[in-house]
Design a protein around this ligand. Structure first.
Ligand code: MAN
Length: 535
């Protein structure tokens, strides 16, 4: 144990205040009170493990296991030293930096080194610090006023969106009712139409058309088979004609070959040009007017067979009806004044369709089907309108949800005002454009531009309660860099009275950093962001 207490400064006892022990932060000062009942006075290590003479505190020898007896020296490892920095703010440094011959920046009073080694710069440092704090305070005061207008904007937006939601919900209810009504109408007309169609199918004309179609199909099948068989026989006879030996004088074979040659218009085998078709009997055949050629039979028969005969029947009925005289109900419209004709026609159509549905009057050809079609289209249109309203509702709900969410526009909605606000910075070579919460671009003066990405997230390294969370915006998924990653941008923001971009850098290829300011980050003065000094 060193005999002389080092750097132990006892303050004059003013109103029983605890002595000031060198290197002890003010909050812990009361714990360094000597036990005066003992002679000489003693002191207990802060962990309570040892009682040592008070003179052993700060004697540059480490007595306590927790190092608490040497707050003003570097004798104990892993302890801290407090410099009072009068005129400025007190600071805490590791004890290992005490009396190491270097003037610590944090200790502007030079108390970490023996007297005379370091100048006391606390007055100047304190003044500069206070000026800086004052400037920041003013900035924050002005900025936070602007920020509060942003918050007010978000609240207005909330009200607007809530109102919009109510009206969308009313619209949905209305459109849903319309869909239900039109659905019922559609189903009714469809069932009437289906029954009517069944009746129409009983028509002898339709029946005959279907029979014709079936017969044609059968002919087509048989024709196909015969063609195949003809091709096969042709191959056999051609083979026989090419390969038979005339020297055998086999009359049956000779007859077959000559017969084949005649049918195909081929010259007798053995003559010159015996491959050339001279006279095809098929080509000679003359077609009746309107008769189909073999090619037409091959290619167009299917179309005829697959025709929609029901549709044909309906067309036929329409044609017949066009020849008939219009009914009294239809005819009456020519006597109706123009001003009320639309109302009249609407009432008339409803009446006609009701009378038709109960069988009191004959439905015009296709009218039932057309009505069913109209009902289906009206129903589908109404359904589309309902879908649009539902999507609109979803979007509005999403917008509302994002408005006051930490991951969206902030818990107070302070960022909403800046949605799609575009800021620019001209660096000479490029103009950088950031549309907040939208996308970022690097625009070349030549007119071309590269996408630097879309807003993706805040600074998720911090919790949403930490103001640092909102100090960075990440834009990702931009245009891919040649031989490199997709372009991306980190926007570093701090409190300022304007929304502005100050500087741009590209520390890694195609990874851009932009530094800017915004009032959205100016918290009101009463909210302390980061208490600088622990007392
Ligand atoms: C362009 C710009 C640059 C980028 C290179 C990468 O010139 O987008 O910022 O570094 O492409 O090839």
């Amino acid at each position: 144990m060193l005999p002389l207490p080092l750097l132990l400064t006892l303050a004059l006892p003013v109103r029983a205040e605890p002595p000031h022990v060198f290197g002890v932060r003010p909050a812990l000062a009361p714990l360094y009170t000597p036990i005066s009942s003992k002679t000489p006075p003693t002191w207990k290590c802060l962990d309570g493990s040892l009682e040592i003479p008070f003179s052993a505190v700060n004697d540059d020898y480490c007595d306590c296991p927790d190092g608490s007896d040497e707050p003003g020296t570097s004798a104990c490892p892993n302890t801290t030293f407090y410099c009072r920095n009068e005129g400025h703010l007190g600071a805490v440094i590791p004890s290992s930096r005490v009396r190491d011959g270097l003037c610590e920046l944090e200790c502007c009073d030079g108390s970490d080194e023996p007297e005379g080694l370091c100048l006391n710069k606390c007055e100047e440092t304190g003044r500069e610090y206070r000026e800086q704090v004052e400037a920041e305070r003013k900035l924050r005061k002005t900025g936070s006023k602007i920020r509060s207008t942003y918050i007010a904007h978000a609240q207005k937006e909330k009200k607007r969106l809530e109102k919009e939601l109510v009206s969308i919900e009313a619209e949905i209810a209305e459109r849903q009712a319309e869909v239900d009504k039109l659905k019922a109408h559609k189903e009714k007309t469809e069932s009437i139409s289906a029954a009517t169609m069944e009746l129409k199918k009983q028509s002898p004309l339709y029946f005959s058309l279907i029979t014709h179609s079936k017969a044609l199909k059968s002919f087509q099948r048989v024709h196909k088979k015969l063609k195949e068989r003809e091709r096969l026989l042709g191959d056999i006879l051609t083979g026989l004609r090419d390969g038979y030996n005339p020297n055998y004088q086999d009359m049956a074979v000779l007859e077959a070959v000559r017969g084949w040659e005649a049918a195909e218009g081929l010259p007798p085998k053995g003559s010159e040009d015996d491959d050339v078709v001279v006279n095809s009997p098929a080509e000679e055949e003359e077609l009746e007017e309107g008769a189909w050629t073999e090619g037409q039979l091959e290619w167009q028969l299917n179309d005829l067979i697959n025709q929609d005969y029901l549709d044909l029947l309906l067309q036929h009925e329409t044609y017949l009806e066009s020849l008939e005289k219009p009914s009294l109900l239809h005819d009456l419209s020519s006597y109706i004044p123009d001003s009320i004709r639309p109302q009249y026609e609407s009432v008339r159509d409803t009446l006609i369709s009701t009378l038709q549905s109960v069988g009191l009057i004959k439905g015009g050809s296709n009218e039932v089907t057309e009505e069913a079609n109209r009902a289906r289209i009206a129903f589908e249109d109404a359904e589309k309108r309902l879908r649009e309203s539902s999507e609109n509702k979803e979007d509005t709900e999403q917008e509302l949800g994002r408005l006051f969410s930490a991951e969206g526009f902030g818990k107070s909605g302070e960022w909403k005002k800046l949605q799609d606000v575009c800021l620019e910075k001209d660096t000479g070579e490029y103009i950088y454009e950031v549309c907040l919460f939208g996308s970022a671009k690097q625009k070349a003066k030549t007119g071309s531009h590269s996408n630097l990405g879309d807003f993706s997230h805040w600074n998720t390294q911090f919790s949403t309660d930490d103001p640092q969370y909102y100090s960075k915006q990440y834009y990702t998924g931009g245009t891919r860099c040649w031989n490199g990653p997709e372009r991306s941008l980190t926007l570093h923001l701090s409190c300022g009275t304007e929304n502005v971009l100050h500087s741009v850098s590209e520390p890694e290829k195609c990874e851009y950093h932009i530094v800017g300011q915004t009032p959205a980050l100016c918290l009101p003065l009463e909210i302390e962001e980061n208490p600088k000094v622990e007392l």
